[in-house]
Design a protein around this ligand. Sequence first.
Ligand SMILES: NC(=O)c1ccc[n+]([C@@H]2O[C@H](COP(=O)([O-])OP(=O)(O)OC[C@H]3O[C@@H](n4cnc5c(N)ncnc54)[C@H](O)[C@@H]3O)[C@@H](O)[C@H]2O)c1
Length: 325
Amino acid sequence: MVLVVGGAGYIGSHFVRHLVRSGQSVRVFDNLEKGHRAAIDSAEIVIGDLRQPDAILPALEGIRTVVHFAAYSEVGEGERSPLAFYENNVVGTFHLVRAMRDRGVSQIVFSSTAAVYGEPESNSLSETHRTMPTSVYGRTKLAVEKMLEDCDRAHGIRSVRLRYFNAAGADANGDHGEDHTPESHLIPLVIQAALGRRPEIKVFGTDYPTADGTCVRDYVHVEDLASAHELAVQHLEKGGLSQTFNLGTGVGYSVRQVIQCVDQVIGAEVPATDSDRRPGDPSTLIADPSAINRAWGWAAKHSRLEQIVEDAVRWHRDHPVGYRD
Ligand SMILES: NC(=O)c1ccc[n+]([C@@H]2O[C@H](COP(=O)([O-])OP(=O)(O)OC[C@H]3O[C@@H](n4cnc5c(N)ncnc54)[C@H](O)[C@@H]3O)[C@@H](O)[C@H]2O)c1
């Protein structure tokens, strides 16, 4: 059985449904601080908080592999409250991994992020790009990657560290999607502005060295993230060695291209105003996803911008207040 820690959150709950649909047994551990009970339908859930040293122990019963999504991830919040981020992301993971060692659970898939790279030195980032995070959030994720490397050497806990670029999209069934409060991700913000639920969208920086002057990011559909996690679990369960992989498409879209795409899908003009750059936003962040492709044959299949936006619009249009909890 797989334990999905943070499985009631946006990306974790998509992975839970992916596993359930393919007939696998799954248990969720989540404190529901940012997640939603309704997002995991009838999957088994243990409600608990990783910051409590032993809360995770009962959830590890009968588990072979842990997939760990739980973290704080809003970059600005991390700058304002670094200790809360270190406590949740690093101390929480320490409790988890220590409990795994004590219970003999020796496989973990970890949600890392492109934020571990910091200011990019090239337009396409491979896993060998130097890691020098420029945010508290990125530093907490890199600290966990290092913790996991050390625990492999010392305790034989093998891990797959997956560095996602920008997660986006929603379940094609229309009933599950992104519900963050506050929302900080571009695609849901643009959709909410287009649907009249926000007054406007601010375009931060129009003088970047990109084709249209706005920031470029690599958007990867949650369904593609889910399939990569399934391959990671299979890899570890077959005895595979620890790995670090990027999860992205290798293609970038600018803020203006995202706005244009939402305009077209919704058929209404998104109210947008130009604003100054935000400190710390790199101009372009695009993954080189070739390592995971060579290793496991993974490539994004659902991550064309139009599909991401169509799936997300379906969810937001029909769920004006998200999961309602
Ligand atoms: N969303 C993105 O674009 C993106 C990009 C790169 C990496 N990531 C990483 O992916 C993971 C999932 O992101 P998301 O957008 O789904 O976030 P999310 O906030 O929607 O989900 C996180 C889940 O973890 C739970 N959680 C948090 N702290 C907990 C704790 N102490 N104990 C128990 N449960 C706890 C929350 O309640 C929530 O259900 C995070 O680790 C994030 O850093 C996300």
